[in-house]
Design a binder for this molecule. Structure first.
Ligand code: THU
Length: 129
């Protein structure tokens, strides 16, 4: 049986709205209680307001009350599988310092710790006087 998170991200990928790039991405984020939240990229004719799958998943999770996460799966058709963009790394770092990030695609998968992908994120402590 396929991994639950990979399955969820693959299903979300099919729902991606990517008429401009044609690059569909699905994401599945697991919180520390085992709940899974999914996202897909949502493009727009005003390209700059496009949302990535990872941030859509995080938004769904936060709206449901989740705050702590331990695993993220991102599914795309890229070879090698594509890692989250810089903006998503920053946003994920706010709530998921110990996150395991897995990118999955037709050629297989790659895995990192978020802290290795985003070693020095801007954080709440930077706002301290
Ligand atoms: N995209 C994501 O959804 N996640 C990423 O980490 C990288 C890029 C989306 C944004 C856009 O809809 C398309 O992929 C091409 O950049």
């Amino acid at each position: 049986m396929k991994d639950r998170l990979i399955q969820a991200a693959t299903e979300a990928q099919a729902n991606a709205y990517a008429p401009y790039s044609g690059f569909k991405v699905g994401a599945a984020l697991q919180d520390t209680e085992g709940r899974i939240f999914v996202g897909a990229n949502v493009e727009n004719a005003a390209f700059g307001v496009t949302n990535c799958a990872e941030r859509v998943a995080l938004g769904a999770a936060v709206a449901a009350g989740a705050r702590k996460f331990d695993r993220l799966v991102v599914v795309s058709d890229a070879t090698p599988p594509s890692a989250p963009c810089g903006a998503c790394r920053q946003v994920l770092s706010e709530m998921a310092a110990d996150l395991v990030v897995e990118a999955v695609g037709p050629s297989g998968s790659r895995r990192w710790m978020l802290a290795d992908l985003m070693p020095d994120p801007f954080g709440a402590e930077d706002l301290a006087p």
